[in-house]
Ligand binder design. Sequence first.
Ligand code: RIB
Length: 303
Amino acid sequence: MYKNIRAAVVGSINMDLILNMQKVPEVGENVLGTDYGYANGGKGANQATALAKLGAQVKMVGKVADDTNGNKLLENLRNNNIDVSGVATDGTQTGLAAIILDGEGRNRIVVYEGANAEIEPQKALQDIGTDIDLLLLQFETNEEVVVNCVNHAVKNNITTVIDCGPAKNFSLEKMQGATILSPNESETKALTDIYPDTEENILKASKILEERSKAEFIVLKLGERGCSLWGGKELKLFPSYKSKVIDTTAAGDCFTAALALEYVKNGDIHTACDMGNKAGSIAVSRMGAQSSMPTVEEIYQIK
Ligand code: RIB
């Protein structure tokens, strides 16, 4: 159903080191982990994988190094039917994320951006081109790349979706007029100084984000509370779908990809928010980042 949609993702490609433990350590404390493993990650690559798994034609634009992790990550993207001709391989070191997961599936993540921060703005623009229906970006790279790519896509009437992760106070004033701006709770706090805990604060923060970015829709990812939608007239809340939480890593990436794809297909932001919530509820019920991304058939089974 999404197979005619041509999408480009400009963003990060990381190797994730995942350490499981019952309780995360306090400062100065040592705790024992229960197990660990490596997984393909990075917000950009996760979103590209989610789009591809949902059936879209996807081009990844980013940078890795010509090292063991970089080569493995590239191979994995290719195996997921993602066009990697826009991924440069001359970075100094491939990005790495250390993820600690507690017994309730909640994560804490430290990212070393490495090559992701070295993406070249001009090359990214060339790699995106204009023959796409959707551009998806995150903040896990340098600000100039995001600013240039958003402005290029908006100018060319390409549906542009900005996932504001990880929390960074990038200048929204320089990236005007995207279709959807979608931060999670901590990213909202970083960008507006308001934590979206109550309906009043969700509305206040959404208005600030709209004012700063001039994005058409502000969609806040609110974790287990679902998401909110502000399009300039009325605040709408979309409750989440309940599922057993195993690992919340990349649930936001999955949400953004499904939200964006459904919006491109239908042009209905309400259905798109619902689709994002459904996709996210599946992602949290599985371990890992890219390995947790659902297919359309799986999403359709959620009622
Ligand atoms: O959004 C989840 C991702 O954040 C992980 O895969 C990790 O690489 C970090 O970038």
